[in-house]
Design a protein around this ligand. Sequence first.
Ligand code: AMP
Ligand code: ZN
Length: 136
Amino acid sequence: MSECIFCEIVAGRAPCHQVYEDDLVLGFMDAFPVAPGHTLVIPKQHAENLFEIRAECLAAVSRTSQALALGVRKALDPDGVMVMQLNGAAAGQTVFHYHTHLIPRAEGSVLSLHPRIPGNTEELESMASKIRSALD
Ligand code: AMP
Ligand code: ZN
């Protein structure tokens, strides 16, 4: 059992609403979404942050972030998509396994980071399914 929740998800020992997977990366719904469609992209290989991630994994996460942002845009038609990545507790990082956030934004909406309200399972799966379909 890893102490890292994202490593547990990669290993299949913790659940996620998966959107995308390849040899290097995994994309899945944030369990505490700040907006419907809030998606995370992580490297499969553990790295704590931007300072430590291997260049090959960073490139793979970046490529996938673009592909999934296109999928989010196609699936949900938001006014914008925010890509966010935090390094260190002082920067607001709470899970110490590198990840990018893809956050659909609506014109005029107020963003609250870390609302800590769990997403509804059916809603998370419905969002994951829409984004998966938009990638096909
Ligand atoms: P950060 O503050 O950038 O480290 O973001 C970590 C994100 O991971 C937060 O938005 C959390 O809601 C999300 N999160 C934490 N645990 C899980 C989990 N088990 N499955 C999906 N998302 C998670
Ligand atoms: Zn990890």
